[in-house]
Design a binder for this molecule. Structure first.
Ligand SMILES: Nc1ncnc2c1ncn2[C@@H]1O[C@H](COP(=O)(O)OP(=O)(O)OP(=O)(O)O)[C@@H](O)[C@H]1O
Ligand SMILES: [Mg+2]
Length: 422
């Protein structure tokens, strides 16, 4: 669905408001969006965890999450490095030499830090000084001899190559250079720790907020969403196969703030475990840019319920949908007049039920539902603000939005006092 066509208000918010179990939401907006609209209602059923490293909601830091918790083995460290790469580059350039080498180096450094419970800020220090032998020693010490040797190889290779690799890795990890961002994912004794495994069996809510684009904290958001979904699957497997109640994971603005590179593969595991992913994209193309053509195809086929709304500008996609909606027989009657009198003939011809141009022109609020085992259906979305509960939810959202503005104002006044604002 195109921008402003009701993805958040008609899909994400109603799903969150009616979720029986834990909820995860990723978003790049705070005021008057899913965060403000659902935060009060969700606070009534469980704890609210807000990871807001770039201060989208100007939310105070009241929690921390250990980003290195899953990086204590090589596979986990590589996944984490992958999130930083995918957040910065498109699928097409994610596999060139520099990206791959930088990703390997980042992975090795994450593993070195995680296996000795060092904070992520150590990784930044090592990135700044490739000659520092500490990570190689830590890796050797933890028994990761092959990774240590590989990192040593990179460090002692040709200077230009080494510097190129390290510079690329520094760019990928650049969001952590901001101490205010890094603080959210660094252990802190005074604040509660967000624990994905506990979350999976709670009725808590995790809000993951970030700006778009490279250099933003979106890698952290993707890593956190990934950690939560994987933890939920593990908990489900331990407790009879499915999470009950199910966990809802709303990946709003998925291509902007939650680029999990193997989301298409994850999809097939999640559904059968009671972990319900809901990936929201502005167009099919946006998904292709993020996961590649094959990846987006895999994601599309793995989703058992697909909803397509207004603003489909892609002619091929509209035609494909039109074919899936199918044909119907139309009866045409023609009347001809001749000397012998009037004659009427009736003929049948097949026509598209919904031609591509009608799909292109779907009005706001109307969507096509493609679900397994049924014919394509046309639905009216029921946005939260048209529901009876809007009497309560609306004012709550307004209050939460006002609180964001007040926190923003309080900050700028604080900066005035320090002479920092422009
Ligand atoms: N509280 C409300 N009352 C009335 N209309 C609303 C309300 N909230 C949203 N809308 C309408 O719904 C439209 C879609 O909003 P929504 O945020 O759901 O779109 P979206 O598809 O998520 O957009 P984006 O891609 O920008 O996130 C808005 O343009 C607005 O007209
Ligand atoms: Mg939205």
């Amino acid at each position: 669905m195109a921008p402003r066509s009701g993805k958040t208000s008609g899909l994400a918010i109603p799903a969150i408001l009616s979720a029986p179990g834990p909820v995860l939401l990723t978003s790049n907006k705070a005021a008057n969006d899913a965060f403000t609209t659902t935060v009060d209602a969700r606070a009534e059923v469980g704890t609210i965890w807000t990871l807001d490293p770039q201060q989208i909601a100007h939310h105070p830091r009241e929690m921390w999450w250990d980003i290195l918790a899953d990086a204590r083995d090589l596979a986990g460290a590589k996944r984490l490095a992958g999130h930083f790469v995918t957040a910065s580059v498109d699928e097409s350039s994610g596999s060139d030499f520099w990206s791959t080498a930088a990703s390997n180096t980042l992975g090795a450094l994450f593993l070195a830090a995680a296996s000795h419970r060092r904070p992520i800020t150590d990784v930044l220090a090592w990135l700044a000084m490739p000659a520092d032998r500490t990570p190689v020693d830590l890796l050797t010490d933890a028994g990761h001899h092959a990774v240590a040797a590989q990192l040593q190889g990179t460090v002692s290779g040709a200077t230009e190559t080494r510097d190129g690799i390290y510079e690329t890795a520094r760019q990928y990890a650049s969001c952590l250079l901001d101490p205010d961002v890094a603080a959210w994912v660094t252990p802190n004794e005074d604040l509660p720790e967000f624990q994905p495994f506990t979350f999976a069996i709670s009725r808590d809510t995790l809000y993951l907020l970030s700006k778009d684009g490279g250099g933003s904290a979106s890698a952290i958001i993707a890593a956190a969403a990934d950690a939560v979904m994987r933890a939920a699957v593990i908990v489900a497997e331990r407790s009879g196969g499915r999470l009950d109640p199910p966990a809802l994971c709303v990946l709003d603005e998925a291509a902007n703030v939650c680029r999990i590179s193997d989301l298409p593969d994850l999809y097939s595991h999640l559904g059968s475990r009671g972990v319900i992913p809901m990936t929201i994209l502005q167009s099919y193309r946006q998904g292709q840019r993020c996961w590649g053509e094959a990846g987006m195809d895999a994601l599309y086929s793995a989703a058992t319920i697909k909803i397509i709304g207004s603003g489909i500008d892609d002619a091929d996609f509209a035609d494909r949908l039109s074919r899936q909606v199918g044909d119907h027989d139309v009866q045409t009657t023609s009347v001809s007049t001749s000397e012998s009198g009037k004659s009427t003939s009736v003929s049948m011809r097949t026509e598209r039920i919904l031609p591509p141009d009608a799909i292109r022109a779907l009005p706001k609020g109307k969507v096509l539902l493609l679900a397994t085992g049924i014919r394509v259906a046309m639905l009216n979305l029921k946005p939260w603000y048209k529901e009876p509960s809007a009497k309560v939810v609306g004012p709550a959202s307004a209050r939460a939005t006002k609180a964001i503005t007040e926190r923003a104002l309080a900050k700028s006044i604080g900066q005035d006092d320090l002479g920092l604002s422009a």
